[in-house]
Design a protein around this ligand. Structure first.
Ligand SMILES: Cc1cc2nc3c(=O)[nH]c(=O)nc-3n(C[C@H](O)[C@H](O)[C@H](O)COP(=O)(O)OP(=O)(O)OC[C@H]3O[C@@H](n4cnc5c(N)ncnc54)[C@H](O)[C@@H]3O)c2cc1C
Length: 326
């Protein structure tokens, strides 16, 4: 019997790596609880992704689709998740800690009266009780928490769990009968969605990230970060100070109140390494820091550091990368 439910919000006909990592988490948990896992996918049109979803080892894949589900309003999505979770009698309901899940999941958990652990980075089975590890105090400590309610609601940091390897499209696929939109849905109005369009890799999933901080000094200067990122086929990131100074849109902020990234390579340029920034990138495999202040805290977590003027170093580095790549 399936006792873990993976909730996957699907946009742009794409199954993101975060969903594969969530399925890997569900596989581990269902191993502990002696069951299997199902997937609930929500989106406006799921016809293009159902085979991929059916290849992730789930018992079954449930599709909740409809034009109004493309807008991901928590007021509309949470009753759908609650209906599926309750009818299926799931013990654990999990999603990747995406911006949408951060909005929808607490509402869903409150709706079914369940306890919730958010941004989980590890899970274990302690004497038959699931124990979740999650960062607290801006990542300064990791707390081990157990949930006492009958249903356990969890969001995970996908960067902390290896993606599941898709196999054959073997899961049964069925449609979910959508509950009627509730009166509460009429009290919120969807005004629009401003999508950031970029040819660069998705910041949350990129293998290489080049991030710039206040040290760049202006929006125009931030172009040198973008040029290095393009030479490396990398995503662009930023500190909150860079965002607050208007150098770049806040979609690109890395840190406690921004995106959590775990690339193979993270290059921090003109970033001091404040706790709240480090909270978002400390899982990177290799960290390179470029800063003119040799005392900058970023050097404490960097694998490689260059002390010097970024306005000299970055253009030279970009040219060198371009030369190597031919
Ligand atoms: C509740 C809360 C949440 C927060 N969340 C986040 C978050 O999610 N992400 C985040 O980033 N911050 C966050 N912050 C802000 C954080 O505390 C720092 O203020 C911020 O990260 C600093 O950004 P910075 O390193 O770019 O700027 P600074 O700390 O000003 O550092 C700029 C660096 O650039 C270097 N520099 C300057 N000129 C040059 C040059 N020519 N060449 C080389 N180096 C140079 C300087 O030596 C300095 O180290 C949060 C703060 C709070 C209170």
């Amino acid at each position: 019997m399936s006792n873990v439910l993976v909730v996957a919000n699907i946009a742009d006909n794409e199954v993101k790596k975060a969903v594969l990592s969530t399925a890997a988490f569900a596989k581990t948990v269902s191993g502990y609880t002696g069951g299997s896992y199902d997937i609930l996918a929500i989106g406006d049109d799921l016809s293009g992704v159902k085979d991929t979803l059916a290849s992730l080892g789930a018992g079954k894949v449930m599709l909740a689709q409809g034009a109004e589900l493309g807008t991901a309003l928590a007021e509309r999505l949470s009753p759908i998740i609650a209906q599926v979770a309750t009818q299926g009698g799931y013990k654990v309901v999990v999603s990747a800690a995406t911006s949408i899940a951060k909005d929808v999941f607490p509402r869903f958990a409150a709706r079914i009266g369940a306890g919730m652990a958010s941004e989980v980075v590890a899970v274990s089975n302690e004497g038959g009780k699931l124990t979740y590890v999650r960062p607290m105090y801006a990542g300064n400590v990791n707390g081990a928490v157990q949930i006492d309610s009958a249903v356990e609601v969890v969001t995970i940091r996908p960067t902390e769990f290896d993606a599941i390897e898709p196999g054959a499209a073997a899961s049964a696929v069925e449609e979910v009968a959508l509950p009627a939109a509730e009166a509460v849905c009429g009290k919120v109005e969807f005004l629009g969605f401003e999508k950031s369009v970029s040819n660069r890799p998705d910041l949350a999933e990129a293998a290489v990230v080049v991030s710039g901080g206040r040290g760049l000094k202006s929006k125009e200067n931030f172009n040198i970060i973008e040029a290095l990122a393009d030479a490396l086929s990398a995503a662009v990131g930023a500190s909150r100070a860079a965002v607050d100074s208007g150098f770049i849109h806040n979609d690109f902020q890395v840190g406690q109140t921004g995106k959590i990234v775990a690339p193979d390579l993270y290059i921090a340029v003109g970033i001091s390494g404040a706790l709240q920034h480090v909270a978002g990138m400390k899982s990177a495999k290799t960290v390179v820091a470029i800063n003119k202040d040799e005392e900058a805290p970023i050097f404490q977590i960097a694998d490689y550091g260059m002390v010097g003027d970024l306005f000299k170093i970055i253009p030279e580095l970009t040219e060198a990368v371009k030369k190597i790549k031919g």
